[in-house]
Design a protein around this ligand. Structure first.
Ligand code: ATP
Length: 202
């Protein structure tokens, strides 16, 4: 699984449709201050399911939509498409049926975000799980923000362990365990309710 293309439209400073081919090997992005280098990394994080506006340097998630400039009106939606080369067929189950995997996230003002995987509507959770199982995603330690290295040096052991777990690709298991525990609690509550009803009928 390899990221092969990133397309942006209306995302932050990338108001016009922009199509970036990510070639094999090392890719460098260079440009003057404020030209949008960090916005590209944020687009990558966002399409992988990032839901914290602060991680996007914004106050609310709609702040990722092009806010307008003196010569251009604001946009009503932002869209990021990430194309993944899956010719090695290593994508997690459920997403592994084609040589190429295309993930689209679109946010529309007052409506919110919607995701698609190879043209099919999917949930944010499905996308987050897909990347967590592939040992990457919006919180991947491979995406290093400015200031993150000093945060890491000062982090508590528990936070550092989380980074190792993310790198080992077991972050998705924690989410599944949490969901299984919630289901178990609901089932226990339902069983108690059934006991009550049986007692009333007896
Ligand atoms: P530096 O080298 O200083 O870190 P950079 O190349 O990483 O800069 P970014 O921080 O990615 O640049 O981009 C900042 C630019 O993006 C600013 O000009 C800012 O006005 C613009 N920008 C951010 N959000 C939006 C938005 N919602 N609408 C329009 N422009 C935006």
């Amino acid at each position: 699984m390899r990221f092969s293309r990133l397309k942006l439209a209306g995302f932050k400073s990338f108001v016009d449709p922009t199509d970036l081919v990510i070639a094999e090997g090392l890719t460098g992005v260079v440009g003057p201050n404020g030209c949008g280098k960090s916005n590209l990394l944020e687009a990558l994080r966002w399409v992988m399911g990032e839901n914290r506006p602060t991680a996007m340097r914004g106050g609310g998630m709609e702040d990722v939509i092009f806010a307008g400039a003196s010569s251009r009106p604001a946009r009503n939606f932002a869209e990021v498409t990430l194309t993944i080369d899956n010719s090695d067929r290593l994508a997690p189950a459920g997403f592994n049926d084609q040589d190429q995997l295309e993930i689209v996230r679109r946010i529309t003002r007052d409506v919110g975000s919607a995701y698609k995987a190879n043209g099919k509507d999917v949930r944010a959770r499905d996308i987050q799980m897909l990347f967590a199982d592939a040992a990457t995603g919006s919180t991947s330690p491979a995406l290093v923000r400015q200031g993150q290295i000093s945060e890491l040096i000062n982090a508590k052991p528990k936070a550092r362990r989380r980074i190792l777990e993310d790198a080992a690709g077991i972050a998705g298991l924690y989410q599944r365990r949490h969901e299984a525990e919630l289901k178990l609690k609901n089932t226990e509550a339902n069983l108690l309710r059934v006991d009550d009803v049986i007692e009333q009928l007896a």
